[in-house]
Design a protein around this ligand. Sequence first.
Ligand code: ZN
Ligand code: FE
Length: 255
Amino acid sequence: MTLSLVTIPCLKDNYAYLLHDEASDETVLIDAPEAGPILAELKKRGWSLDAIWLTHHHWDHIDGVGPIVEATSAAVLGAAADSHRLPPLSRELVEGDTIKIGAELAQVIDVSGHTLGHIAFYLPVSGMAFTADSLMAAGCGRLFEGTPDLMFASLAKLRKLPPETLICSGHEYTTSNLAFAATVDPDNQALHARSARVAKARAEGRATVPSRLAGELATNPFLRADDPHIRQRLGMADATDAQVFTQLRAMKDRF
Ligand code: ZN
Ligand code: FE
């Protein structure tokens, strides 16, 4: 059993995702930046939408919910912690909850840091994680509400997933993320190889998401606070991993 995954570019640099289960004919949308491209994709594929799973409350992830619910009557699932600032929810989620598409389970993981209440959805059978603005391709979300320690702990949960997991993140920020990564991890050959692949993809107008966790572990500096070269580069050989992460995040904010 495998699910179909469709990546939908929205707004300037957002991504929404559709999951479709052939056996049950169920379709789920992860995040709703805007209704137009999502409804067009559903129509093109002849899929009717059953549910919208929301990762966090930022407008560029939820603005499409109203018109999409109006058009499809989809159920809306989101974090209980965010229910006061999300569109009306059919179900409120907390870490450890499992939700379903067809026969497949998705686990709810609290990945607060970008916001408090940001959740991710992990589907162990299909090997996908919808991480939005927590773990991103070659980067991680900016800390609007959480502390660096909180984001570090959230990323540690994602880091432990199987390396072949597909990381479905929320934005096309990969080019600038890799440019930053090269400043703190300049001798990393996997990083340079990824930068070349990403430059080619962008030149051809292709999305650079989803990405494999294995590739993130090899090239994403926010998963590499324990890397000796990065630590040495930052002059933080004796710091804790969380301290190195905090410094990396601060440097990226100024980049
Ligand atoms: Zn956000
Ligand atoms: Fe966002």
